[in-house]
Design a protein around this ligand. Structure first.
Ligand SMILES: C[S@@+](CC[C@H](N)C(=O)[O-])C[C@H]1O[C@@H](n2cnc3c(N)ncnc32)[C@H](O)[C@@H]1O
Length: 239
């Protein structure tokens, strides 16, 4: 598969599987998992769709809460890994833009996938359509402040102090980023792009948080406190 076509996912899949392990990478393990789970636990979600499920880690977590999960992802090698770890699980090849289910799911999850999806307008329409009335769309995303820094990342200023610069914030664009054998295309979009598309679906915002790290070495924690990394949004489809 040509990297330009799939955003680098086929070429990066094996390194991605190593990076995530069973516990997830730092952002998932120490920042996002707990607040994401707090929005799911104890609620009566029977069926969930995990859009861009990758190697299925969050599907497996939701299943442990008694939720019937369907994971979709366009990257074959990641789906194969999901199937290997969870042979009875429901994992299907597919892109968010091509979801065909209508009003089927109590919960639709997008766990760090909005930045990977090229046609975000269609994808958000499809995610909202897949929800049954009253259902919940739970999103974890890289903040737009963060993606506006890509691909330069942190840089040292003249005094040797690490600085994080945001630029071209209003300009929607694909950006290639690379680390530890992974090379992927992410999309930077202003936050208003996502908010407007979600509001246009008639979804109602129930929660917006910017979670803080709960673990990690002091440098990792400091980085996440200095700069916005992630946000979590919970949207509800009116009943
Ligand atoms: C950053 S990973 C997140 C994977 C998983 N949700 C997690 O948190 O570990 C992004 C995932 O989105 C998938 N993806 C890429 N393009 C997509 C699209 N158009 N629709 C749905 N998923 C897509 C990739 O294959 C990859 O598994």
């Amino acid at each position: 598969m040509n990297d330009e076509v799939d955003g680098g996912w086929a070429s990066s899949a094996q390194a991605w599987i190593v990076e995530q392990g069973e516990e997830g990478d730092y952002g998932r393990r120490a920042v996002l998992d707990a607040p994401m789970l707090a929005r799911i636990e104890g609620r009566s979600f029977a069926r969930a769709l995990d859009v861009g499920c990758g190697e299925g880690r969050f599907c497996r977590i939701m299943q442990r809460l008694g939720i019937r999960t369907t994971g979709i992802d366009p990257t074959e090698a990641l789906l194969a890994r999901a199937k290997q770890l969870d042979p009875a699980g429901d994992y299907r090849p597919g892109r968010a833009e091509d979801i065909t289910e209508e009003a089927q799911f109590d919960l639709v999850v997008s766990y760090l996938t909005l930045i990977d999806i090229p046609d975000i307008e269609t994808a958000i329409v499809k995610m909202a359509t897949a929800l049954r009335p009253g259902g919940t769309l739970l999103i974890a995303n890289l903040t737009s402040f963060n993606t506006a820094n890509m691909p330069d990342g942190w840089r040292r200023d003249g005094d040797g102090v690490a600085r994080f610069s945001i630029d071209h914030y209003m300009e929607e664009r694909p950006i290639w980023i690379a680390w530890r054998g992974i090379r992927l295309q992410n999309w930077h979009r202003p936050l208003s792009t996502y908010m407007t598309l979600l509001l246009n679906q008639g979804l109602q915002l129930r929660l917006f948080t910017e979670p803080r790290p709960t673990a990690g070495d002091p440098a990792q924690i400091a980085r996440h406190l200095r700069v916005p990394y992630f946000h979590i949004m919970e949207w509800q489809k009116p009943a």
